[in-house]
Design a protein around this ligand. Structure first.
Ligand code: FES
Ligand code: FE2
Length: 387
């Protein structure tokens, strides 16, 4: 019997077919129908220096992001004249508030308008207003820059596991997100399909066996569940989020600096808040720091992962600040998850494995699968009907 508001599934759905994790046709369909259509993270705002053009790659498309003071804009990295690449370097200064093509010197204003065709002298049938830079949608959320290649972008919809868009969008409002700066960064490539990463993220059945340190800290994780609502026993008596009086995800269990003063009592008691922005990132907000994770598919079986630990500048400046106490805790979790993801990927290559079954506790994986299938369902091979 499950608890009253239990999110557990009432059946065991089939997983995605094995091909979904290595077939180039799946990978291409996902690139076109997910990564090139959804909001994808491009970095913290302070990774875009003022008066600079920065080149970023989104779903195989080269994009330039221009920053001029508070103004941030993104365009495809291509000139409207004969299609030259506008920016070859990682970053370039924004000279004279213009983006100038290195080939025949067409020049564009930061709002994308074509302002000069240089030595070219157009005839009356050429209209400058029809030949501006090709825009890419950009939005800022809690100090993160997101880009979307779609001409009509979908709603920006962070996910906190409940069907309330306004609440999800506001989930980090009491954290001082705009003031946080990166204090540590970890980048690694995991030998797995990007969906394997999300599946592992979306369940805690693996926690008791894979994460000994984390399960000792978070008692519900030691039971293989993500929240007290998932079992009748813990729903009736949730108990503290952390064992042994710990307050956060540090090795010592102590906050790495002052607790954020805008948090409500309930938010402080919550200990960690996960906010997911599919397909490319999630944020874990603690009472004393925040960790942002970004993933980028490199190939069907390789995913680039970036972790950034964000702190208040005054926390980083404290003489007693202990970076390794903070970073070592989650770095262990990340390494354990990466190894689990790679083990999963290797197994999926077995010619004997066609597809598997989810357990009722894997309700968030089922939701993630539906999210993927709603977008690529008609475009991928060998798809069996979801049970
Ligand atoms: S291709 Fe850019 S000015 Fe000619
Ligand atoms: Fe994990």
């Amino acid at each position: 019997m499950t608890a009253m508001n239990s999110p557990l599934l009432d059946h065991c759905p089939s997983t995605l077919p094995a091909q979904a994790y290595f077939d180039p046709a799946w990978f291409e369909a996902e690139r076109a129908r997910i990564w090139a259509r959804e909001w994808v993270p491009a970095g913290r705002i302070d990774s875009f220096p003022d008066r600079t053009i920065r080149r970023v790659e989104i779903a195989g498309a080269s994009v330039i992001v221009l920053r001029d003071g508070a103004e941030l804009r993104a365009y495809h990295n291509v000139c409207r004249h004969r299609g030259a690449e506008l920016c070859a370097a990682e970053t370039e200064p924004l000279r004279g508030k213009l983006v100038t093509c290195p080939y025949h010197a067409w020049a564009y204003a930061t709002d994308g308008r074509l302002v000069s065709t240089a030595f070219g002298t157009p005839t009356a049938d050429f209209r400058k207003e029809d030949n501006g830079l090709l825009p890419v949608a950009l939005r800022l959320w809690n100090g993160f820059v997101f880009l979307c290649l779609a001409e009509t972008p979908p709603a920006f919809a962070p996910d906190i596991g409940i069907a309330d868009a306004a609440l999800s969008l506001a989930a980090l409002d009491n954290w001082p997100m705009d003031r946080l700066v990166v204090g540590h960064r970890l980048e690694t490539t995991i030998a797995c399909n990007w969906k394997i990463f999300w599946e592992n993220y979306n369940e805690c059945l693996h926690c008791p066996g894979i994460h000994s340190q984390l399960s000792a800290r978070v008692p519900v994780y030691a039971k293989g569940i993500m929240s007290p609502a998932e079992s009748a026993e813990t729903a009736a008596a949730p108990g503290p989020v952390y064992a042994d009086g710990a307050e956060t995800w540090t090795v010592s269990g102590r906050p790495c600096g002052p607790v954020f003063d805008g948090l409500t009592a309930a938010e402080r008691a919550e200990g960690h808040r996960f906010v997911t922005t599919y397909p490319g990132s999630f944020v874990v907000a603690h009472v004393d720091y925040v960790r942002a994770m970004t993933l980028t598919p490199i190939s069907p079986e390789e995913t680039r992962l970036k972790a950034e630990w964000l702190f208040l500048p005054e926390t980083l400046a404290r003489p007693d600040f202990d970076l390794s106490d903070v970073v070592d805790f989650a770095s262990t979790v990340i390494a354990e998850d990466a190894a689990a993801c790679e083990m999963n990927q290797r197994g999926l290559r077995s010619p004997a494995y066609v597809s598997g079954r989810l357990m009722p506790q894997e309700f968030d994986i089922a939701r993630f699968h539906r999210w993927v299938l709603e977008r690529v369902g008609n475009d991928v091979p060998n798809l069996k009907a979801e049970s």
